[in-house]
Every structure is written in structure tokens, then in C-alpha cells.
Design a protein around this ligand. Structure first.
Ligand SMILES: Nc1nc2c(ncn2[C@@H]2O[C@H](COP(=O)(O)OP(=O)(O)OP(=O)(O)O)[C@@H](O)[C@H]2O)c(=O)[nH]1
Length: 965
């Protein structure tokens, strides 16, 4: 939109030039320019009425020395001060054009009339202008008070009016928010933040559609400065904010001399002038249309003035009168911001800062200056399925950035103190006494993927030769020395408890560890237990290092493994993620050193610390009952120092340490942080995963152990008794409600006591071979140690059976069990235990009915017999016997199954009829005999089923019920 300032500086050819002062004086200029253009050919792309009024008011204000530009005046006048639009003070000016032109209802015709400036009329004009001036001053005062749209402008050094509000008109706010974002997320290598701004601001801008008056303001007010991107559309040049005269004190009010207007004219910015004459932005639509729109508004001034963002575009494109003030509502500002963002020409950043929450795809695309679809395509090639995903997690962002060679900075480095506080083994008092400790590493993974081979290789290659032979295999942990920068550093590896049905124990193992190596065979890929191991490690918040093993094998495909892992949230470092993945051959020892170095690097980043000068705390990683030594427990010290003679509480067990052995089987007196030792002296066998702590005296230890034992007992009884996992049989039960033949479901609660923790795994593995579709086993407790009274209590509460393997049940416990009618079964051989368990499970199964065929007969005639009908048959095979079951088949299809009620031969009732003889057969509830039917005679017997047979019948029954199995 053109403005008074720009108009007054344009010559008749559209170039800057002097304003015809005389015409202004006569009040002609505005109307002439507005409606016929400067030279009578070219029309201004601006609403004439608004233009005229702007000019008059602006110049009046300038004359009065007001310190605000034309914008607030126009804004308030146009929108808020209806008086000015309709009240008489403007009327007297009407013949001269400008004021009248504000009233759109009367604009066009009078504007074309040449005005006759009589003295009287001029006086009237002066009077009316006085009034206008007063109003302008009032409005100025009010606008400066509420800040509404009429942004306060202050004079800069060079006399250029600049907004002193941070975001006066929305678009500037958009710029502001953009800058904030830039600050937060964009960093450029070697550049300070301020230069980042500069880079962003200086980059080339494209034109912005729908640019509003305020959007263009800065380009006018400081044309020599870099133009913010969204402030650039010359063809929709906003009203230039002309510099207001520097010395414009309110007090300096002189008489209003219209003649002065010309001399006060500011010089026009050439860019603005060009914008105004720029032919690429022609006026859209005739002025009359604009006038009509405005007329509507005047007719209904009370109508809501809220406008949609699109209206901006239309009004700017049409060069309709600029709406200001509160019409610049939030929606409008947002629309302007969005448009500006759309129109920006993105420049790829060099460094991108990303938080843990990741980043929206559109934001990432913007920062990388690529299309969203390109990013999505790239990710889908990498195997990431992102349907309906709006936000990429940190790893995906890194991966994409790596592709575009953009460095990623993580915005939230975890401070060691925070980590320390998170670790439950550290107390607040420890924080200022922390020293570095070796990492504790666990190796997990799917069966046969090479865990043991890797552990063996590490053990053989990294334990000092003289010590290797002395390592006690049973301790479940050993320490190796890994050279880091030439210095051997300690690293503790835990023997993992295996996998299969041992999820809970593994979860405990992962909790103890600082780093988890997950072994994935390159020829097999991610398997169920790989997922399980990853889940445990993630749940425990343990960093994961992937060892892609067996790369030496034919068919090895490490890329596929990486792709599979990336799909479950582990993005390889080499793809921009943060999960180290090392390709190794555990068998040949290839790259195992690199794996260990990575372990140490990750450990270093974790800044693992502990306070050795305090009582010991840690976790039991293995426990067993030794016939000679009594309960044995392997402990990992996670904080403090454990000493021989310390009194420990260890889950439900307690006692004084009588002896301590390290991983080489040597007696030791002390174990510091991260050390694993085997101890003797507990009163009972603790559970792997139990936490331990050294306390001051035995009484405290006993009390705490008993409290814990009670709590655990109640927990087991309440939480576990009667609880079964969802199995096929439970589904079957719910589907069939017992109506389907062959489905019978049962649960067997088991309390398993063993000599070693490792035996549990062996027994569980063997038990897994038993089909459990019909009888599900619920292990309420599986622990090392002799059978105790509390085990019997648990069996009572859950109606379970106590199985003991290589353990004893003291006489008092046996007596107690007898009183409570609890069965204790003790075994020395694992297969005996399994066989008995199988028998117990099969004993719960319903007996199956089995058919025994007798013979068959063919129906030759049908005749009446009493109230019903009977079939005259010839026995073709076997025999038909009294009271047997019969099945009637017609053309191969079964039409009846039931029991034979009468069997006759020549009117005589007989017990059986053999092959080759005729007989009469009658069935009570079946009369629809037909010649040619086949009668099959059979008996049924009840038979015990094996678990496998029961399982097969369940499967068949489920299929019959339409359940997919
Ligand atoms: N070719 C090749 N074979 C390997 C490699 N690592 C392990 N194996 C073989 O894979 C098989 C299983 O290895 P283990 O180390 O027992 O696997 P595991 O994961 O410990 O198995 P479980 O203890 O049963 O869970 C063995 O026959 C190993 O010799 C390797 O890097 N290359």
C-alpha cells in the first residue's frame, strides 16, 4: 500500500520528486493522486480514501511535532475511531478531497471534481483539521498507553523511526521467535551465537506472499541493514515508515499551515519507490471494489472485526486498506509467521543441537534444507517405518544428520552428580568422596549366538597367563585387564545366568551391571532372546554395546543385523546413532580387542564412581548351598569396601563373613568397589539379585532379614499364588467355556528348592520340554536352599507341591508339611524330578474317550416297529452287539451317533449278530432310516492321556472353535 510519505515523494513518472505543494494546499492533491494516479495514467495500488486521510493526518502530526509516525494514526483512525469516519469534522473537507475520501460512501464522485478553494472553505478546512489534530493527539496518547497495534516508534540516531516494541505487529514477532529457535537449535562450527544469527539473517530471502504492512516496515526504516527474510516483498511494499523529524517535541505546537506540508516531506526510500512502481505487482481489481468492501464495513460497524489469516493475503494482494491495530490478532500474526517460514529459503546448518525428545520431521527438514519426503525416504530405506510419525527420536535425527554431514550436539549431557544420585547404591554423603571404579559388564544374547565363546576368549586372552588357570569358574564373575592407552585397566565380567525361562534373573543381572554386551550372531540376526536381553538392559538403564558375532561364518550378514537392531531402537553409531556395534568373531578372537576398548570407552563416559570408605553395599549374583561350607554367595560390591568379619544382611539371609574368595579362588580380606567375591558365613542361601549391605551388629542384621523374609512371604502368597501366565490353555478355557471336547485346563503350583542357582536353570529348561497347554506350571518360588517351614506355608496358601533337588527337608519341616497336608518330593536325579512332575501334571488331566470298532452293517429295508421305525440290516464286517454305540452314515456322511436300543434276529432279541447274518436294529431317538445307510458299531473306553495327546486335542478343539493356534 502506498502511503502519504511515498506518494508525496513520487514524481509524475513514478520517480521521487517534489510534491506539488500548490495542489496540496488546495486540497486537490490527494484526490487527484488517489484516483487518477500521478500522471493521470497510473493508479496507485492503494485505496484512495485511506491514502488521502493518511496523508492529511500524518502531515498534521508532523506539523505538530508529534513523535509518532503515520501508522498508529491510520490504524486507530481506520479501525477504532468511527467518529472520524462518519462525523462532521471531515465533511467540510469533502470538496477538497482528502477527508471526504475517508468516507467511502462518497469517495469516488467528489474525488474527481476539481475543488474550488475559497477562503471560507479554507477556514472550514482549518477548523476541521484542528479537530482532526486533537483526535490524533488523543489517539496517540491512548495508543502509547495500550500498545495496541500502534507500536511506539522512537527515533533512532539517524532519525529513522523504529519500533521499540519487540514484536509490534506479528511478523516481527515471527522473526523474533525464529531467532530464538536459531539460538536454541542451530550452531555453526566455530561461530559464536551472534554470528549464527547473522548467518541466518543474511541468507537470501524469497518474497513472502501476503506480506503485511508491518512485515515490510524494517526494510523501509533501515534499508541499509540486512533484511530479515520475511520482510522482503517489494511488490507489496508496505507504507514506508518515514523518518519523523528529530525535533518533534509535543510542546512545539504552532499554527497549522497547510503550506508547510510540502517542506516537511521526507525523502523517499528508492526501494519503496521502486516497489510502488514495480509492474510485477499490479493493482488487483478496480478501486471501486475495495470501496464496496469498505462500504459494507461502514454500514455495519458493529460487526465482529475478527479476520482470518487469509484475509491478510487478500487485502495485501488487493492493496486494500491496511488493517491495523487489534486486527493484527494472534491468528494473523501466526499466519504471517507461517507464511514467512514457508517462504524462507532454507540453508543447511552445520551443527544441529538435539535434545532427548528428538525433533519434529518438519523442523529437521528445515534445518537440513531438504524435503520431509526425502528424509522419510532415507529412513525407510534404512528400515525405519515411520507411518504417521511426526517426531523422530534422537537416534534417527543423528542418523539423518550423518547422511547430510551435519554434526549433532546433544543438548542434555548427563552430569556425573546426577548419575550418582540416580544410583541407589550411592548416598548423598558419598558424592564428595567418589573415586573411579572398574566397569561391571554382562554379556547377554540369544542361545548359541556365542556368549560363552566370547567370555572364554576374553578370559583366556585377557587374564594374566599365570592367573588364568586359577580362576574359579563357579564364582560367576571375573576380572580382566584391558589395555587402555597402554595402561591395563580392570574390567569385571559377570557370567550370565543364561536365558530361556530366566528372564527375572537376567533382569537382576542387568541391574548389577554398568554395561551390557549383547551378542547377536551375524548369521542369525535378532532373535526373541536378543529382544528380551535388550529390554532388560534398557529397563535397567544400562548402556548397550552390540557384538555382532560370527562374522567369519558363511552367510553372515552384519548389515541385516544392524538394520534389525535399528528397527527396535538401537541405531548403530556408524549410521549416526549412539549404539556401538562391533563386528567380531569370538571363535577366532577377531575384533575382540576393539570390543573391549569400546567397553572401556563407554565406561569412561559413564564416569563410574564409588566411595570405598564406607560400609559395603551391593548385589548377590550367585548363591548355592555347599555341602561342606554351607550357604555360599557371590557378591558384587557396588559401593564401599567389604571386609572379612563384616556382618551382612543379604535378602532374607544374614550372617558374619567367615571367609572371602576372589575370582581366582584366593582367600582375601577385602573387596573394594566393583569387586566380586564369594563369601561363607550366611545363615541361609540368598537369592541371586538380592541386595546386601554390611551392618553394625548381628541383631540388626537378623531383624532386617526377618522383616524382609516376612515381607517376601506375604508378597509371594498375595501376588503369585494362583496367578498363572496366559497360555494356550487359558485361552482355550475362555473360548470354549468347557464345551469343547478335549479341552481341560489345570494349573500346578510348584515350589522348587535346589542346591545351586544354576540347577534352577537346568530344571526349568528340562521342564520347558513338557507340553503345558493343559496343565500350566506356576513356579511360586525357585531358590537354592533346604526346604523350610516358609516353603510349606507357601505351598499351603497356594495348594502347591514342594519339589526339592539335591536338598534336604529337616524332620521338623517334614512333620509340619504332614500336618498341613503338603507334599514334599525330594530328588537326586533331575530326570526323576521331571518324570514325577510329568506324572503329576498328567494326573490332573481328564481321561480321554477312545472308540473301539466292532463291526458294520448295511440297511436293506426300513419297517415299522411299534411307534417308531427299525432298520433291516445285513452285518457286513465284525459284529453288532447289544447296547453298543452306533454311527449311521449316509453316502459317507454321519447322520446319527447314539446307542443301539434293540437288536433282533427273526423277532428274537439277541446279544450280538455276526458278519453275514441279517438283523433288525432299532434306536430310540432315530427313525429316519433309509435303504443303503451304513451302520458302524463301536464301543468307547476311557483312557489316560499323555501331556502331548492332551495338547494335540486342545489344538484340535481350538481349531474347531475357530481359534488360530
Ligand atoms: N564360526 C563361528 N562360530 C562361533 C563363533 N562364536 C561362537 N561360535 C559357535 O557357536 C556355537 C555356540 O556358541 P556358544 O558360545 O556356546 O553360544 P552361547 O550363546 O553361549 O550359547 P548358550 O550358552 O547355549 O546360550 C558354538 O558351536 C561356537 O563354536 C564365531 O565367532 N564364529
Amino acid at each position: 500500500m502506498a502511503s502519504p510519505a511515498s506518494v508525496t515523494n513520487l514524481g509524475s513518472k513514478g520517480r521521487p520528486g517534489p510534491l506539488p505543494t500548490a495542489a496540496v494546499r488546495r486540497g486537490h492533491l490527494v484526490s487527484r493522486i488517489s484516483f487518477t494516479g500521478f500522471d493521470g495514467v497510473r493508479r496507485l495500488p492503494c485505496a484512495p480514501g485511506r491514502l488521502c486521510r493518511c496523508m492529511v493526518i500524518t502531515n498534521l502530526i508532523e506539523e505538530k511535532g508529534a513523535q509518532f509516525s503515520s501508522r498508529p494514526s491510520v490504524s486507530v483512525k481506520a479501525d477504532d475511531d468511527k467518529d472520524l469516519l462518519s462525523k462532521p469534522p471531515q465533511r467540510p473537507v469533502r470538496p477538497n478531497g482528502p477527508p471526504e475520501s475517508m468516507n467511502t460512501a462518497t469517495t469516488s464522485a467528489p474525488a474527481r471534481k476539481p475543488a474550488v478553494a475559497t477562503v471560507q472553505e479554507r477556514d472550514k478546512v482549518r477548523e476541521s483539521l484542528d479537530e482532526v489534530l486533537e483526535k490524533a493527539e488523543k489517539l496517540k496518547a491512548s495508543s502509547s498507553g495500550n500498545g495496541d497495534g500502534g507500536e511506539n516508534h522512537v527515533l533512532s540516531q539517524d532519525g529513522v523511526s523504529k519500533p521499540n516494541s519487540p514484536a509490534p505487529m506479528g511478523v516481527e514477532e515471527g522473526v523474533h521467535s525464529k531467532r530464538t529457535k536459531t539460538l536454541k537449535s542451530i550452531w555453526r562450527k566455530g561461530n559464536p551465537v551472534s554470528s549464527v544469527h547473522k548467518v541466518v539473517r543474511d541468507r537470501p530471502r524469497t518474497e513472502t506472499r501476503g506480506q503485511s504492512i508491518s512485515a515490510a516496515k524494517p526494510s523501509v526504516s533501515s534499508p541499509s541493514k540486512p533484511v530479515p527474510q520475511l520482510l522482503t516483498r517489494p511488490s507489496v511494499a508496505p507504507p514506508p515508515r518515514r523518518p519523523v523529524k528529530a525535533d518533534t517535541s509535543q510542546e512545539k505546537k504552532g499554527p497549522i499551515l497547510i503550506d508547510k506540508f510540502a517542506s516537511k516531506r521526507p525523502t523517499v526510500d528508492p526501494a519503496v519507490a521502486e516497489a510502488l512502481v514495480d509492474p510485477v505487482k499490479p493493482v488487483r481489481g478496480p478501486p471501486a471494489k475495495v470501496k464496496d468492501n469498505r462500504r459494507k464495513k461502514i454500514i455495519a460497524p458493529a460487526a465482529p472485526r475478527r479476520r482470518m489469516p487469509n484475509d491478510d493475503r487478500r487485502s495485501v494482494d488487493d492493496d486494500a486498506p491496511v488493517r491495523k491495530g487489534r486486527r493484527w490478532n494472534k491468528a494473523k500474526r501466526r499466519a504471517a509467521r507461517l507464511e514467512a517460514l514457508e517462504a524462507e529459503e532454507p540453508v543447511r546448518v552445520e551443527i544441529l543441537e538435539v535434545g532427548t525428545e528428538g525433533m519434529d520431521i518438519d523442523e529437521l527438514a528445515y534445518q537440513l534444507a531438504v524435503g520431509e519426503s526425502e528424509i522419510l525416504r532415507f529412513l525407510s530405506v534404512r528400515g525405519a517405518m515411520l507411518d504417521n510419525v511426526q517426531t523422530l527420536d534422537k537416534d534417527l535425527v543423528k542418523m539423518v544428520c550423518m547422511e547430510y554431514e551435519v554434526e549433532v550436539l546433544e543438548s542434555d549431557p548427563v552430569r556425573v552428580e546426577e548419575m550418582a544420585k540416580k544410583n541407589e547404591f550411592l548416598d548423598v554423603e558419598d558424592l564428595d568422596k567418589l573415586v573411579a571404579r572398574p566397569p561391571i559388564v554382562t554379556i547377554m544374547g540369544h542361545v548359541d549366538h556365542g556368549k560363552t565363546t566370547l567370555l572364554d576368549y576374553i578370559r583366556k586372552s585377557k587374564v594374566v597367563a599365570s592367573e588364568a588357570g586359577g580362576i574359579t569358574q563357579g564364582i560367576g564373575a571375573y576380572q580382566v585387564l584391558v589395555p587402555v592407552d597402554g595402561n591395563p585397566q580392570a574390567c569385571v565380567f559377570l557370567d550370565t545366568p543364561g536365558h530361556e525361562a530366566f528372564g527375572a534373573m537376567r533382569a537382576r543381572g542387568a541391574k548389577v551391571t554398568d554395561i551390557c554386551i549383547i551378542v547377536v550372531a551375524a548369521d542369525d540376526g535378532v532373535r526373541p532372546q536378543t529382544n528380551e536381553a535388550i529390554a532388560h538392559a534398557k529397563a535397567a538403564g544400562v548402556p548397550i554395546i552390540i557384538a555382532i558375532n560370527k562374522v567369519d561364518k558363511e552367510g553372515a550378514n552384519p548389515e541385516r543385523v544392524m538394520q534389525e537392531l535399528s528397527q527396535i531402537g538401537l541405531m548403530p553409531e556408524m549410521w549416526g546413532g549412539d549404539t556401538p556395534m562391533i563386528q567380531i568373531s569370538a571363535l577366532k578372537g577377531e575384533n575382540v580387542d576393539e570390543l573391549l576398548e569400546t567397553v572401556m570407552l563407554v565406561a569412561e563416559l559413564q564416569e563410574l564412581k564409588a566411595n570405598p570408605d564406607r560400609n559395603a553395599k551391593g548385589t548377590v549374583i550367585e548363591a548355592c548351598l555347599d555341602k561342606a561350607k554351607g550357604p555360599l554367595a557371590t557378591l558384587v560390591v557396588q559401593n564401599g569396601t567389604l571386609n572379612k568379619g563384616d556382618i551382612l544382611v543379604c535378602g532374607e539371609a544374614f550372617g558374619k563373613i567367615r571367609a572371602m574368595y576372589d575370582d581366582r579362588g584366593s582367600l582375601v580380606d577385602q573387596a573394594g568397589p566393583s569387586n566380586a567375591v564369594q563369601i561363607i558365613g550366611l545363615n541361609n542361601v540368598p537369592l541371586a539379585g538380592d541386595e546386601f549391605e554390611s551392618v553394625d551388629d548381628l541383631d540388626v542384621a537378623r531383624e532386617r532379614a526377618n522383616t524382609r523374609a516376612d515381607a517376601m512371604r506375604i508378597e509371594r502368597i498375595n501376588a503369585k499364588a494362583g496367578e498363572g501366565k496366559v497360555t494356550l490353555s487359558s485361552i482355550a478355557a475362555s473360548v470354549s467355556s468347557g464345551n469343547q471336547a478335549g479341552i481341560d485346563t489345570h494349573g500346578l503350583n510348584v515350589i522348587l528348592k535346589v542346591d545351586f542357582q544354576g540347577s534352577i536353570e537346568a530344571i526349568r529348561q528340562a521342564i520347558e520340554a513338557l507340553p503345558q497347554e493343559n496343565v500350566s506350571l506356576r513356579f511360586l518360588l525357585q531358590a537354592p536352599g533346604d526346604v523350610s517351614v516358609s516353603d510349606v506355608d507357601l505351598a499351603v496358601a497356594s495348594e502347591g507341591i514342594v519339589f526339592g533337588f539335591n536338598v534336604k527337608a529337616p524332620g521338623s519341616v517334614k512333620k509340619y508339611a504332614k500336618q498341613k497336608s503338603v507334599e514334599i518330593r525330594l530328588y537326586k536325579v533331575i530326570y526323576d524330578l521331571i518324570d514325577d512332575l510329568r506324572n503329576a501334571m498328567e494326573g490332573l488331566l481328564d481321561l480321554a474317550e477312545e472308540e473301539v470298532p466292532l463291526g458294520s452293517a448295511k440297511v436293506r429295508a426300513v419297517f415299522s416297529s411299534g411307534s417308531g421305525k427299525a432298520a433291516g440290516c445285513m452285518v457286513t464286517t465284525g459284529k453288532v452287539v447289544e447296547d453298543c454305540n452306533v454311527r449311521v452314515l449316509r453316502k459317507g456322511k454321519e447322520v446319527y451317533v447314539g446307542t443301539l436300543d434293540s437288536l433282533r434276529r427273526v423277532k428274537e432279541t439277541v446279544k450280538e449278530v455276526g458278519a453275514g447274518l441279517e438283523c433288525g436294529i432299532g434306536v430310540d431317538d432315530f427313525d429316519e432310516w433309509e435303504e443303503g445307510d451304513v451302520v458302524e458299531a463301536f464301543n468307547t473306553v476311557k483312557k489316560a492321556r499323555t501331556l502331548e495327546e492332551a495338547s494335540a486335542s486342545v489344538t484340535a478343539a481350538l481349531k474347531g472353535a475357530g481359534v488360530q493356534v
